[in-house]
Design a protein around this ligand. Sequence first.
Ligand code: BGC
Length: 516
Amino acid sequence: MRLAPLLLPLLTTSCFGCGDPGGHIDDRDHPKLKAFPSQFLWGTATASYQIEGGLHGSDWYQWESTPSNVTNAHADDGDHSYDLFDADSEAAQSIGNNTMRLGIDWSRLFPTAASFPQSPDPAAVKHYHDVFASLKKRGLQPMVTLYHWALPIWLQDLTKLTETSGWLDDGMPNKFALFAAWAGKEYGGEVDLWCTLNEPVVNLAAGYFNGVHPPRRSFGDPGGVDMAVQRAMNAARNMVLAHGKSYEALHSSDTVDSDGDGQGAEVGIAFNMPSFQAYKSDDPALQKQHDDATRRLRYISNQAFQDAVTKGNLDYDLDEKLDGPKDKIGDPSLKDHIDWMGLNYYSIVQVATLGKSSVGPITGLPRTGHLDTDHPKTEYSWDVYPEGLRESLDALRPYGKPIYITENGLADSTDAQRPRYLADHLYVLQKAIADGIDVRGYYYWSLIDNFEWQAGYCPRFGLFAIDYQDPKRTRIARPSAKSVYQKIIAEKGVDPSLFKQFPSYPEPTLNCPGGG
Ligand code: BGC
C-alpha cells in the first residue's frame, strides 16, 4: 500500500495552534526571565541499541541483518559504547551536565527465555553497574529507559513471527513488569528516575502500520488494513498495561532513595508529542475534514496514552470516546500510575484528510518532512519550530505532573543550525518555567552521533561527533556543545547575545533519507 510509509511521520514527529504561538519567543531580545532552577537536571539522551553495539540477541539485530532493510548500517559499526561508556560520561561531564538518560538492554541482561527472570548474565549485570559507577563518579544522575524499541529475540523472533510475538502477547505486561521489578531491585541503589517506555505511539506506527521497524507489520500484510489496525490496538493496550504493572513493580522493588530527594523510584514515560497542524484548503468542507483528521491524530499521539496512565481512561479503539467494549474508565491499575511525564519534542506534523480511505481510527495522512511551510528545515528534512515545544508543554500541564524534556534535538552534521536550535528551544523552555510549568530537566538528543534506526548513520544528532573511520571512536565536541549548551547550563539561562551571534538557520547541505 502506498499509504503505509507515509504514516510513519505521525509518529516520528509533528501542529496545533500553529501560526503565532502567542509571542513565546518574540521577546527574546530582552528576556528578563527567572533563571533555570538551581536543581534543574541538564543532560543528554541515548538508547542502548543506538550506541552500545554487540546486541546480537535483539530483534533489531535481526532487522539490520536483513539486507532489504533500508540501509546497510549496523549498530556494531557505531559508537562502541559498551566499551567506551566512560568516554561518554566524560564527554557529558565536560559540558557541565548533571544527568544522563540511557538504556539498559533486556536481551543483554537476559539472553535466553530460560534465563528470565532468575538468571541474568553476570557480565551484563556487572556492566551496567560499571556504567552507573562511571556516571556517579562524574556527577551524573542516571535516567534509565527500560524499553527503547528493542526486544529480545526470545520475545520477538522476526524470522518466526506469530500472532503472539512481542507486544501482541497478552503475557507481555507481566513479563515487562518482571523485568522492571528485577531492574528496580538490582539497580535501585543507583537509579531513581525510571522511564518505562520510549515513544510507544511512534513504536506502534513504525512497527505495526509502516513496517519500517520490527516487527515489520504493515497495511500491506495479509489481512490488510483491518488486521493491521487490530494488531496495533492490541499491542498498544499491552504497552499501556505493561507500563501500569511496571510502575507498581518499580515502586515495590526500588525503595532506595539514591538522589537524596526523599523518594525511591520515580517512574515516567517518554512521550513523543509533536506539534500538529492541518493542511490548508480554500474549501470550507475540506478544511473541516483536515481539521477533524488533525484533531484525531493529535489525540492519538498526544493524549490517549497520557490519559490512560493518569486518569485510568483506556480508549482501546482510539475513537476519542470511552464507550467501547474494551475501553476502561478510571481503571485503578492505570490511574495515577505515573510520577513524571517525559516529552520528546522535535518538530511539526501536517495532516491531510484521508477521506473515505480512513484506516480504523486514523482519518488523516500525517507528514513530518518536506512540508510546504516556511520554517527552516534540517538535514533530516524536519521543520524547526521551537514554539511547538511550548504547545506540547501546555498540553501536558493540566495533568499536574512534573515534566522532563526527555528528548529534543536535530540532525546537523556541520553544526550550522544547532547553536540557534539550542538557544531557541531552551529559551522557550525557560519562558515556560517562568510561566509556572513544572519542568525539572532537559535531555538533548543526543550525546553522540548514533545508529539512527532505519536511517542508519546519515542523520547526525550528536553534541559530540563520531568519525566512524576512527578505530578509537573519539568523542569530538561539536562547537555548540560548549559555546551554547554548556554556556546556557553555566549561566542558568539563555543569554540574548546568542540570538545575535547565531541570527538564523543556514540551509542544510545534506539531505538524509528516512525523515519523512
Ligand atoms: C527516538 C530516538 C531517535 C530520535 C531521532 C526519537 O523519536 O526516541 O531513538 O533517534 O527520535 O530520530
